[in-house]
Design a protein around this ligand. Structure first.
Ligand code: ACM
Length: 531
């Protein structure tokens, strides 16, 4: 039979042994075949994929990734093919040339499920196809997880034949990083982009300004960054992105098919701006820089012309720097602004953003405003059981033709403590937030009487009052962000926690291999940490 002729004996042995696979589904079979010794590695069909695909049907035999493998990805598939080889070369130690005739074929072509991809592994070929390059990129993330792990002697990688059909539940699958409370440089933002890309997330929302820091250079307003960007929570040195830095982040994100959503929070959460320019305050007196963690005490002066010159400059410059369709104007917790001023402010600021060609996003509080651009999107941050006000405000946004991004704070806020005995994290949104809670909610069930199509997607915000380093970011995010990624990708009826926990346990070995120091949360059968 063809399989026998084409498949090396050690792979067949590994396939035979795959019946006795380990709990995580991987089989590593050391076989000495002359000198130097070669380890043949096969993988069982149960190899973990997160988020789990819509359909995965096992096939016959195994594809062997080895020194003869090459990647064929032309035209619209070329950037994804290049990404794939750059990913797999260090993962496997193989040369994996990019050539027009490889046995790993990537294709962008019509005929696949919108937003999704199809992936087929046969003994001869790996084939991934999608309508758009972004879908192909998600297919590559799946392929990456099908690979058995590398050991020091591995030179061939068996990937069990399979046919996968996959597509997301929601088009917007986001993470948010607060670079205002603590500042994180471009390199760390890029790292977080790679962290979330592997989860098939496609949006990174950057919270660029708050009471404690202003983090983006705006031409004509140099003190925003000189003063407003100089510190952070606790009073230590802060930092900011130049416009070139921001462009670099946008470009890097685009190479991972991730759209950047910039947020300037207003009219509250603005102390850093109010400390930078005295004239933005109603009393004309500059505020002191703020290093604490309180909220709700600052407001731009809504009635002053200079405020509107400022807002116009900020929004139009940010819109010009941002190729994505959205701009986020914040709007939360403006307790230091009168309701009359708040409504006037949000009406006018949202109009400026719309005139700059963007769809406006705001925290759901902006549902107070009476004259929002049609289709303005609300980011819901109340609990999974809405209280009266948030029900009304989100209803106002929907009546205006808008949609909701779901970030219920008691299940999706990654800054909430895992465990109240830990120092890192905050507690205000019903902490502790367990992995079971981060997984166990349905975005469409928060407002059960509403049309599920009013939900654009989900987002996992990471506020950084207590988060100070790359290690802190990854510890608070992982593994709960993996749960939120499944909430955004998988159909609701396909999800259950026990199945997720078993896959997550194996996924932990990938996180270990990437140096992501995640929380070994209770209730997941984690495998031993890789030393
Ligand atoms: C928020 O957590 N204040 C949006």
């Amino acid at each position: 039979m063809a399989l026998l002729r084409r498949t090396p004996w050690y792979v067949l042995l590994a396939i035979a042994l795959a019946g006795a696979s380990t709990a995580n589904g991987a089989v590593n079979t050391a076989v000495t075949a002359g000198s130097p010794p070669v380890e043949a590695t096969a993988t069982s069909l149960a190899r973990t994929v997160i988020p789990s695909p819509v359909s995965r049907i096992p096939g016959e035999g195994t594809f062997t990734l080895d020194e003869h493998s090459a990647v064929d990805g032309r035209g619209a598939a070329a950037p994804v093919a290049e990404y794939l080889v750059n990913l797999l070369r260090p993962m496997t130690g193989l040369s994996l040339p990019l050539s027009g005739r490889g046995n790993i074929v990537l294709i962008v072509e019509p005929g696949h499920t919108p937003g999704g991809y199809d992936l087929r592994v046969t003994p001869d070929q790996i084939w991934i196809a999608a309508n758009e390059a972004s879908g192909l990129f998600d297919g590559v993330q799946t392929l990456r997880q099908l690979l058995p792990p590398k050991t020091a002697t591995t030179t061939r990688y068996g990937i069990a034949s399979t046919t996968i059909t996959d597509y997301p539940r929601y088009t917007y699958r986001g993470a948010m990083l607060d670079v205002a409370r603590h500042f994180f440089p471009v390199s760390m933002v890029k790292r977080y982009i790679d962290d979330i890309a592997q989860l098939k997330m496609n949006v990174l929302h950057l919270h660029l300004s708050d009471d404690q820091g202003w983090r983006i250079a705006i031409k004509g307003w140099p003190r925003l960054t000189e003063i407003g960007g100089s510190r952070q929570v606790g009073g230590g040195a802060g930092g900011y992105f130049t416009q070139a830095d921001y462009r670099e982040i946008v470009k890097y994100a685009a190479s991972r098919y991730i759209t950047i959503v910039p947020e300037i929070d207003m009219p509250g959460h603005t102390n850093a701006a109010l400390a930078s320019y005295a004239e933005l305050n109603c009393d004309g007196r500059a505020r002191s820089l703020y290093f604490g963690m309180s909220v709700g005490f600052s407001s731009l002066c809504v009635g002053k012309d200079v405020t509107w010159r400022f807002i116009e400059d900020v929004i139009t410059q940010l819109a010009a720097l941002t190729p994505g369709p959205w701009i986020h104007i914040g709007g939360d917790e403006s307790s230091a602004t009168s309701l009359k001023d708040y409504k006037a402010f949000i009406n006018r600021a949202s109009g400026i953003a719309a005139s700059a060609g963007k769809t406006v996003i705001g925290w759901h509080d902006i549902g107070w405003a009476t004259d929002l651009p049609k289709g303005t999107i609300g980011q819901y941050w109340d609990y999974i059981t809405p209280r009266g006000g948030s029900w009304v405000l989100t209803g106002n946004l929907l009546k205006n033709g808008g949609q909701l991004i779901m970030s219920p704070s008691n299940v999706a806020y990654l800054d909430q403590k895992y465990d109240l005995s830990e120092d890192i994290g905050t507690e205000w949104a019903q902490a502790p937030l367990t992995i079971q809670e981060a997984y166990g909610w349905d975005p469409a069930a928060v407002f059960p009487d509403r049309d599920p199509n009013t939900i654009l997607g989900v987002e996992a915000p990471l506020w950084t009052e207590t988060v100070q380093s790359r290690a802190d970011i990854e510890y608070m995010a992982f593994p709960r962000i993996v749960a939120i990624a499944e909430v955004g990708w998988m159909q609701q009826d396909a999800r259950n926690f026990d199945d997720f926990a078993a896959r997550l346990a194996t996924f932990g070995t990938y996180l270990d291999s990437q140096g992501i120091g995640f929380k070994r949360t209770p209730g997941v059968p984690w495998l031993k940490a890789v030393p």
